[in-house]
Design a protein around this ligand. Structure first.
Ligand code: KIV
Length: 273
């Protein structure tokens, strides 16, 4: 007899069905405990390869490995119950061939039990997106600014500022949608182009630095919490946790140094936060 989980997680088709509907709320998480908090309010949790910058202090996402993504994907799945968990395919794990992409995606799905993967690229990745989607791997695309290509781009710059440069990005959006992706992240794209993409393609667009014209939004959790050392200009901060955490650490260090630390008279109990 099979045992069905009482809690139904959101699926890739659920998110696909939100085109032109209620805006999709997405945030990143890399840990079980932040995933539990994000899960209460978001439709999608992205285990982004931004973990390379945020958790590991790398300058770019290029050094991130498949094993790193799988480890944190498993933590996020343990911490969450409701949201669709999407795990990023890291640089070098999918570009060589559609077969390489399939093997990497299958490892991610089997080892984390997440509901979908995300990969960067438009027209050049369309064949791979179709290959994966046709074989049971839900794919979220990522177009506009694609941080894994930093070494060929040279810098992180907003895309599509003048109308003359729209065509390649529009073509990327169409190619990923037609290939069968269930949604697409649109990063650092000027509002008129983000609006045009959203009106043109059949799947939901999820913007980051791409205006409210998209079908949903995503931010890096640590950026919007004020925990990242550097954040892109477009990020609206909803907290300033960096200074709050430092004040708490300083309070602890001061207590230890002045021997004001609680002694054995305090019973050691776990408090639920
Ligand atoms: O890696 C990541 O966090 C991302 C988002 C910025 C969309 O890809």
């Amino acid at each position: 007899m099979s045992v069905q989980s009482a809690i139904k997680r959101k699926s890739a088709p659920d998110i696909r069905a939100r085109k032109n509907g209620e805006p999709i709320v997405m945030l990143t998480s890399y840990h079980a405990h932040t995933a539990a908090l994000v899960d209460r309010h978001c439709d999608v949790i992205l285990v982004g390869d931004s973990l390379g910058n945020v958790m590991h202090g790398f300058e770019t996402t290029v050094p991130v490995t498949l094993d790193m993504m799988i480890l944190q994907g498993r933590a996020v799945m343990r911490g969450s119950k409701h949201a669709l968990v999407v795990v990023d395919m890291p640089f070098g794990s999918y570009e060589a061939s559609k077969e390489q992409a399939f093997h990497s995606a299958v490892r991610i799905l089997k080892e984390t039990h997440c509901g979908a993967v995300k990969l960067e690229g438009g027209v050049r990745m369309a064949e791979t997106v179709a290959f994966l989607s046709e074989r049971g791997v839900p794919v979220m695309g990522h177009i506009g600014l694609t941080p894994q290509s930093i070494n060929t781009l040279g810098s992180f710059r907003a895309q599509g500022r003048d109308q003359g440069s729209w065509d390649p990005i529009l073509n990327d959006a169409r190619a990923i949608s037609d290939a069968g992706a269930f949604s697409v992240v649109v990063e650092a794209v000027a509002e008129p182009l983000a609006r045009k993409i959203t009106e043109t393609i059949a799947i939901p667009t999820i913007g980051i630095g791409a205006s409210a014209a998209c079908d949903g939004q995503v931010l890096v959790l640590e950026d919007m919490l004020g925990l990242s050392p550097r954040t892109p200009k477009f990020v609206r901060r909803y907290g300033e946790l960096g200074p709050a955490i430092e004040a708490a650490i300083k309070g602890y260090a001061d207590d230890v140094r002045s021997r004001a630390f609680p002694g054995p008279e305090h019973v050691y109990e776990m408090k639920k936060s």
